[in-house]
Design a protein around this ligand. Structure first.
Ligand code: GLU
Length: 507
């Protein structure tokens, strides 16, 4: 089995296309076949090398490695269409000489008028065949005298073209709706429907797996295979990926490109696992299935033909699974760029990196994506006594608990640093002895004072992390204030609030 992914480098890799690449990869890996990467860059105006590089980077990040193609080489190259123009030209000349293609001299304005009239009369807007009957000698003479000429493929009249699509079953198109397509434009650039056939045939592709948006191109392509006497590959058109409102997944639904999902902190194995679940099921009620196992189970015949909706919640669920199972070292490496971007860890020293390696796992169980990690670590890097009191209900509760907070500030000012759970519990016991508070009335204000937020990570885990972070000093990370400093700061703010209330302002 030889399959290929043939992106046009005109932008970022869309997750729908990534799914097509994944399906091809799964087929190749599951069957011991070959996966080819070909770059379809004949749309000169829109194709860029930057986009090609970005697509390659995304495929590599996803782990969808190819055996043959750009950057890898192989026996059937070149694998970039812009480097194959001589091949397309030679094959077009062959079709011309056999009378299966002809030169078309219709200027673009004429074609535009034809189209306009066809639409007005409710006829299919296909080429009306004006240049079909120009004799080959006349046509050659005109072309040689410099008149611009495209090359059109002669589509046989009124014939049914049928193919057996592995996903959609038997599909038939009548040639009367097709019109003779341009295969080489007057500037010498090949059209997609033509180049794709030459390439798939010469690269000996056995299965063409691509988006359903190409299904109506397939009959033209099959007729071209026939014209050259080549056996067409097996086709499989996989459904498109839709947004929650059932229109094609696009920018207005949020992230659509692999690069955006990567930036948000989805792991590559989560994205590939999730993409495989759109329109297909690995079976046995399982959804979390690693990519190699997916390859063993994947069969095109089991891919559903109705469109699949991209479900961000489900992707989040799959991602959480892989984040939970990632090694601490890998999580650290993946989380660091997010911490850097948040301004929490611009240039951490080795000591600070070891510290971060211990605190990141404290919060990963509660995130769907790695870009949520900085906010979860806000209790370390972004403590503010003022902000802790910004909610009026929280403020009222804290004001009522001022004695607990003052006692905490005193206990911490003189006591040992809260390096571990036991030290923290000893300090809490002292505050209880001094104030008589217990349960929530004891722990709520302590949490607010030390973490600056009424909810979140368990104090037993958070407080030692704060203490160790504070001991680091600057260390290339944003400085972390100590528990003692925090309790004192909150006590001070509460004191200021109390005196403001005692002395009403003049107005
Ligand atoms: N370059 C085409 C695309 O990106 C490839 C279509 C195909 O796989 O034949 O849509």
């Amino acid at each position: 089995m030889r399959v290929r992914f043939a992106p046009s480098p005109t932008g970022q890799l869309h997750v729908g296309n990534a799914r097509t690449a994944l399906f091809n990869w799964l087929l190749a890996r599951g069957s011991g076949g070959t996966f080819v990467l070909r770059i379809e860059d004949t749309d000169v105006a829109r194709s860029t090398r930057e986009s090609e590089a970005a697509i390659i980077e995304d495929l590599e990040w996803l782990g969808l490695t190819w055996d043959e193609g750009v950057e890898r080489g192989g026996d059937r190259g070149p694998y970039r269409q812009s480097e194959r123009l001589h091949i397309y030209r030679a094959h077009a000349v062959e079709l011309l000489s056999r009378g299966l293609a002809y030169r078309c001299f219709c200027p673009p304005e004429q074609l535009e008028m034809d189209r306009y009239h066809a639409l007005k009369d409710r006829r299919p807007p296909k080429y009306i065949g004006r240049c079909r009957e120009i004799s080959p000698e006349d046509a050659r003479r005109r072309a040689e005298s410099g008149e611009p000429a495209a090359i059109r493929f002669r589509i046989p009249d009124n014939r049914d073209v049928t193919f057996n699509d592995l996903v959609r079953g038997e599909v038939t198109f009548n040639t009367d709706v097709l019109g003779d397509p341009v295969i080489v434009r007057s500037e010498g650039v090949p059209a997609y429907n033509y180049a794709v056939v030459i390439d798939d045939a010469l690269m000996e592709i056995t299965h063409v797996v691509r988006g359903e948006d190409h299904i109506s191109n397939t009959p033209r392509q099959i007729l071209l295979y026939e014209a050259f006497g080549w056996k067409p590959p097996t086709f499989a058109h996989v459904s498109m990926v839709l947004g929650p409102d059932h229109s094609l997944l696009s920018k207005r639904h949020g992230a659509t490109s692999v690069a955006e999902f990567r930036a948000r902190g989805y792991l590559p194995e989560a994205l590939t696992n999730y993409l495989a679940l759109i329109g297909w099921s690995p079976g046995e009620g399982q959804e979390i299935v690693p990519i190699d196992e997916l390859a063993r189970r994947f069969r095109l015949e089991d891919v559903g033909h109705s469109a699949g909706v991209f479900d961000v919640e489900k992707l989040g669920w799959v991602n959480r699974h892989y984040v939970k199972h990632a090694t601490p070292d890998r999580l650290l490496e993946l989380a660091l760029p997010h911490l850097r971007r948040a301004g929490y860890a611009e240039a951490p020293t080795p000591e600070a990196v070891s510290y971060l390696a211990t605190v990141i796992p404290l919060v990963t169980a509660s995130v769907d994506r790695l870009d949520q990690i900085p906010a979860r670590l806000g209790f370390l890097f972004d403590y503010s006594a003022e902000r802790a009191l910004s909610d009026s209900a929280v403020r009222a509760e804290a004001q009522a608990s001022r004695p607990v907070i003052s006692a905490l500030a005193e206990v911490l000012a003189s006591g040992e640093p809260l390096h571990d759970r036991d030290a923290f519990r000893t300090a809490v016991a002292r505050v209880r002895e001094r104030t008589g508070a217990k349960g929530k009335t004891l722990l709520h204000p302590i949490r607010l004072a030390l973490m600056g937020e009424p909810e979140g990570l368990e104090l037993d885990l958070a407080v030692p992390a704060i203490t160790r972070g504070a001991a680091l000093g600057a260390a290339g990370i944003r400085p972390i204030s100590s528990p003692a400093e925090r309790a004192a700061a909150l006590d001070r703010v509460l004191g200021a609030l109390a005196s403001d209330e005692a002395v009403p302002s003049p107005e």
